[in-house]
Design a protein around this ligand. Structure first.
Ligand code: NAP
Length: 247
C-alpha cells in the first residue's frame, strides 16, 4: 500500500474520468499519494482499475461510459453519496481517431465528440450543482496541443479539444464568482497506449519537430494537476506541456 504523504489535505475528494490507464491513471496515483480520496472512473479496463485501487487505499473505482449522460450522473452521485463533497474533477477520458475527413463516418465523429467533449459538459454540469453550493471547487480539462494547432487526419479529435478549451475559458469566467476555478492542460505527445500505433520511424519524424526531441511522460502531466491545485489564483488557463512543439 502507498502511504498518504500529505495528511493535511487528506479530506480532499477528486474524480478522474477515464483513469484506468495512461495519463489518468498517473493523475489518480499522484493525487492519492498526496492525500486525496480519489474516484477512479473506468469503462473497459476493469482489471487495470482494480489493480490500482488494490495498491492505493484511498482510491475507489467506478465504471461509467462517460459518453453517456446517465452514467456520468451516476458517477457524480456515487461520489457525493460516499464523500459528501467533491473538490476536484479532472475530465481526462479521451479517445483518438486518425482518419481523413472523407473517411470519417458521422457515427465516428459523433463518438469522438461525445467521449471527449460532451463527457466534460455532462460531468461539469453535474459536479457544479454541488460545487456552487460548496462555494469552492476546481475542474481541470485534459485537452491537447491539437485543440490549438489542429492536426491533419485528426479533425474530429482536434475539434473536440478546441471545444474543451472554449469550455474551460467560458466556465472560468462564469464560475469565478462562486470561487470555482476551471483550467486546462494541453499535452503534446505523451508516452501512452494512445500513441502505440506509431512506428519507431514515425516517432523519430515527430521528434524532429519537438525541441526537446522526445515524448513527454505521464508524470509530467500529473505533476501539473497538483501544481494547478496548489495555486488558488490560476483560473481559465490552458497549460501547454509539449516539449516546445508549438513554439
Ligand atoms: P489512453 O492511454 O488511451 O487511455 C484512455 C483512457 O480513457 C482509458 O483509461 C480509458 O478507459 C478511458 N476512456 C476511453 N473512453 C472512455 C469512455 N467512454 N468512458 C470512460 N473512460 C473512457 O489515453 P491517454 O494518452 O492517457 O489520454 C488521456 C487524455 O489525454 C485524453 O483526453 C487524451 O486526448 C489526452 N491527450 C493525450 C495525449 C497523448 O499523447 N497520449 C496527448 C494530448 C492529449 P478504459 O480503458 O477503462 O475504457
Amino acid at each position: 500500500m502507498e502511504e498518504n504523504q500529505e495528511k493535511n489535505i487528506q479530506n480532499k475528494v477528486a474524480i478522474v474520468t477515464g483513469s484506468s490507464r495512461g495519463i489518468g491513471a498517473e493523475i489518480v496515483k499522484t493525487l492519492s499519494k498526496n492525500g486525496y480520496n480519489v474516484v477512479l472512473n473506468y469503462n473497459k479496463s476493469k482489471e487495470l482499475a482494480e489493480n490500482i485501487a488494490n495498491n492505493y487505499s484511498n482510491v475507489f473505482t467506478y465504471k461509467a461510459d462517460v459518453s453517456k449522460y446517465d452514467e456520468v450522473k451516476d458517477l457524480i452521485d456515487y461520489t457525493m453519496k460516499k464523500f459528501k463533497h467533491i473538490d476536484l474533477l479532472v475530465n481526462n477520458a479521451g479517445i483518438d481517431l486518425v482518419k481523413t475527413v472523407t473517411d470519417t463516418s458521422v457515427e465516428e465523429f459523433d463518438n469522438i465528440l461525445k467521449t471527449n467533449l460532451y463527457s466534460a459538459f455532462y460531468a461539469s454540469k453535474e459536479v457544479l450543482k454541488y460545487m456552487i453550493n460548496q462555494k469552492c471547487g476546481h475542474i481541470i480539462n485534459i485537452s491537447s496541443i491539437y485543440g490549438t494547432t489542429g492536426a491533419s487526419c485528426e479533425m474530429a479529435y482536434s475539434v473536440s479539444k478546441a471545444g474543451l478549451d472554449a469550455m474551460t475559458k467560458s466556465l472560468a469566467k462564469e464560475l469565478g464568482l462562486s470561487n470555482i476555478r476551471v483550467n486546462g492542460i494541453a499535452p503534446g505527445i505523451i508516452d501512452t497506449d494512445m500513441n502505440s500505433f506509431l512506428s519507431n520511424d514515425e516517432k523519430e519524424d515527430l521528434y524532429k519537430e519537438i525541441p526537446l526531441k522526445r515524448m513527454g511522460t505521464v508524470s509530467e502531466i500529473a505533476s501539473c494537476v497538483l501544481f494547478l491545485e496548489n495555486n488558488p489564483y490560476i483560473t481559465g488557463q490552458i497549460i501547454q506541456i509539449n516539449g516546445g512543439w508549438n513554439i
